[in-house]
Design a protein around this ligand. Sequence first.
Ligand SMILES: *Cc1c(COP(=O)(O)O)cnc(C)c1O
Length: 799
Amino acid sequence: MDQAPITDMTGSALARDMQRHLQFSFGKDPAHAQVRDWRLALSLAVRDRIVEPWFKATRAAYAGHHKRVYYLSMEFLIGRLLEDAIVNLGLGDEAMAACAEAGVDFDALLADEPDAALGNGGLGRLAACFLDSLSTLGCPAMGYGIRYEHGLFRQTFHHGHQVEQAEAWLQQPHAWEFERAEASFEIGFYGDVREEDGRSVWEPGDAVVARAYDTPIIGWQGRWANTLRLWGAKPTKLFDLARFNVGDFNAAAEPEAQARTISRVLYPDDTTDQGRELRLKQEYFFTAASIRDIMRRYLDEYSDIRKLPTKVAIQLNDTHPAIAGPELVRILHDEHGLPFDEAAETARLTLNYTNHTLLPEALESWSEGLMWHLLPRHMRLIEQIDDWHARNHPRRTRSTIDHGVVRMGDLAFAMANKVNGVSALHTDLVKTTVFAEQHKLHPGRVINQTNGVTPRRWLVACNPGLSNLITDTIGTGWEADLERLSELEPHIDDAGFAEAFAAAKRANKIELGSWLKEEIGLTVNPDAMFDVQIKRIHEYKRQLMNVLETISLWQAIREEPEKDWTPRLKIFGGKAAPGYRTAKEIVHLINDVASVVNVDPLMRGRLAVAYPPNYNVTMAERLIPAADLSEQISTAGKEASGTGNMKFALNGAPTMGTLDGANVEIRDLVGADNFFLFGLTTDEAEERRETPGHATRAIAASPRLTAAIAAIEKGTFSPDDPARYHGLGRILRDSDYFLVCSDFDSYWQAQRRADEIYRDPAAWGRMAAFNTARSGWFSSDRTIRGYMRDIWDVEAIDS
Ligand SMILES: *Cc1c(COP(=O)(O)O)cnc(C)c1O
């Protein structure tokens, strides 16, 4: 065997290391190895090549005494890691050759990796995109979260109904993490607070151990790698031997089972207060472990605790880690003896808070009773922080503790150096609605950082056809400098470019077509407009409006079957929270409509509905490159930003959208001509909601909507259970808080405009190409540069 170093990036070295890991790390004879064995072997061979830049980055951050960023997030929706690492290291050809040599199919090998779904949707995916950008930019940073044994549930459909199954991504070896038995902290709960020499000492009544598991996150071209550190919960006492010895085996195992519960499952909703004790325990568990780890690292390097904010910037991804405020004050005041006010201000200057939603049901609050019970010292500190805030702002009328509940948004705001919204519109609403008073008291604290997505995963890796065309047209380098996509603009009207752009999209559609055939048995027309709405199922996202439009289109085609209709494939994807009844009814309705439409001979080649189950990152990577039209149709004022909208625009799918979230900025950048706008604005929606009888009136004014609602209400799509959708009918007729009825006609018309333009492939292709060429600003590199400059005050390190 040759002696090439482990960092050798040649194909032959990678093949050698894959073989070596197969045999010596996993003990498998190549003659009997399965795809999984090869996948794990290749993963380790690739991981070997990440370790050196990873160590180098860590050393550089220490050597230069650089300020570090800590990103605390309850969710990281990372998806698969192998392809991402291969793409970032530029090892695509080498890995393919190594697989060919071993006689394994490279694509099958990539597809074997479980999708790590340690998150619900946009918030968790944003955290994952940020990790990629932090490493790409060489920003010394660390992500902190929970190592859930079970990520987001797996969705299946039974007779159209959503059924949830536990997801067990850790049932097989996980090639990317390093367990750090030495990095463990005891995290307490319950108990009492005792006064000792004028200091408060918390004596927890129970405790678990938080153990670190590290995953290196390699940036573009392998120049820098940061760490994602996830905490797993372990018992402080592994096993009750005394109980075991007297034969009580179940009780003996209890401490372990109890502790493990904390990192067992991801709460399956990011927009409702799932709350209660276990959720609060999870929040405190990972936040406290992370803060302790951060303090240990800081005190290894520095001695003056008051200078913490000059070397540490902590970002709270929503309020889930907001207990970081009182926890940091507890450490600075109780443990390090800083006077209370100084401790509070030092903590505040270290912390920052990102607000992700203004939906009232999603604003976290905890009952004081539960807080006193679970975290007695922290509850007392929350009172003191509130008092400190009131003392400093005598005009304040709103307090953090209200009618027996602690409002975590108010706590996070009071304890933040900067508070950011995630799109221009959302940040305006943060300032004028829920946080209006705090914004007045703290002008300049609220700033905007519009979300972004990593172009490495969401273009380079998932859409090689389009990526290669971009590189052929403008050269390399755009992958980490995405605004260079604007250099495509002068080529948009070149016949050669236009043809190649359309061909890349068509190839992706054909590939998706065969996947749909295999996955759900649906034959699709590749010339149909692929009209895609993929995201969590929620009333504010208005999948219901999209299904009603589908029903209306089905009715219209049946009425005039001889007309030359623009063919459409309606694609839906998304999970409903298990306890969210209306969302589950919408899931059922989409499936029921599909089962009627897809067998109607009059629809053949013209209209079909596809709803592949179990939407996740991997499915998004497959669907987005093949999309013609991006559905971003939320009620104005309700979607904070959206990031799905950005992925579609980048991949050349024009948006069908309302003026909501980052749609506003997408439309500004790609141009109004390249965006299908419809619907009420935020102000109009507010006003409409106040208008008595708005739904009844909208339905009466629209024969189409009347007919579509009538169809679901009389059981056209549920002949076995005609009353199934009476509940949805009632929501539409009686309240319609999300204004489906009010926006329906405007939506229908915008869809017909899209039909019209789609019939002219050149016109549609131009719109699509302008979307790609003008979406470079939506790179999460731009977002992270904004955080570094405006929030964290950190510099990238040139390595
Ligand atoms: C991007 C993404 C989201 C966020 O989508 P929105 O349309 O912005 O809600 C959710 N889930 C997955 C798997 C994603 O990739």
